[in-house]
Design a protein around this ligand. Structure first.
Ligand code: ATP
Ligand code: MG
Length: 198
């Protein structure tokens, strides 16, 4: 028993040394680019969770939502009360209407707001929710997105969400997570639920 305890504390000590070393080596201070992609549920939830976390620390946040359904949005209802700016593509692209001309115009309109956010050093965190689709559909030129992200203020962080993130966005990002779909209630005929799905 004592031998096992000793082995356990040796292992824990080694683990602690490894983690301490990593912490000591992490010296860079900069804003981060996070990409949350994949087919499972939880990408926007994660993005908004990060915004809530930042707001809780008194940081200034801004949100752009590129795809909006016909429902109101719990995150917006809450976060606007905490002075989080929301820019929403409320005309144009939804899953129902897919008209290339009006969608492109709507995407570019909100993209101008994003460019402004990405140049504003007073904004600590920008959430670009579902922007991956705008790039995949060529509504917003990939090069413009990359350039704006590369030239943003040094301490500004950005979260990008959406399925099938472009390879170039993944390469540019500091942290990339892929949410895997294991199962989703919708597939067994359960309706979307207020507070859970929107
Ligand atoms: P959420 O906003 O819940 O975090 P998400 O951002 O990961 O979801 P989206 O692709 O943006 O996923 O889809 C948003 C809506 O579609 C939500 O209502 C969500 O519950 C639903 N959804 C997400 N993933 C799936 C899936 N794999 N199958 C069916 N519906 C899904
Ligand atoms: Mg989403």
């Amino acid at each position: 028993m004592t031998q096992r305890n000793n082995r356990h504390s040796d292992r824990q000590q080694k683990l602690k040394e490894t983690v301490d070393n990593k912490i000591a080596q992490a010296q860079t201070v900069k804003g981060l680019l996070l990409v949350i992609t994949g087919n499972g549920k939880g990408k926007s939830t994660s993005g908004f969770g990060t915004v809530a976390r930042a707001v809780g620390h008194g940081l200034k946040c801004a949100v752009a939502q590129f795809i909006k359904g016909n429902w109101d949005c719990g995150e917006r209802n809450l976060l606007e009360q905490h002075n989080v700016e929301f820019q929403i593509m409320n005309t144009g692209f939804t899953w129902e209407t897919q008209n290339k001309e009006t969608d492109t115009a709507a995407a570019l309109r909100i993209w101008q707001e994003c460019r402004r956010m990405l140049q504003d050093p007073t904004i600590d965190l920008v959430l670009l929710d579902e922007i991956t689709y705008m790039v995949s559909y060529n509504y917003i030129p990939l090069e413009e997105v990359i350039t704006a992200l590369e030239n943003r203020p040094k301490m500004q962080s950005v979260v990008i969400t959406g399925r099938a993130a472009h390879r170039a966005l993944i390469e540019l990002a500091d942290t990339v997570s892929e949410v895997k779909n294991v199962k989703h209630a919708f597939d067994s005929g359960v309706k979307v639920l207020k507070g859970i799905d929107w």
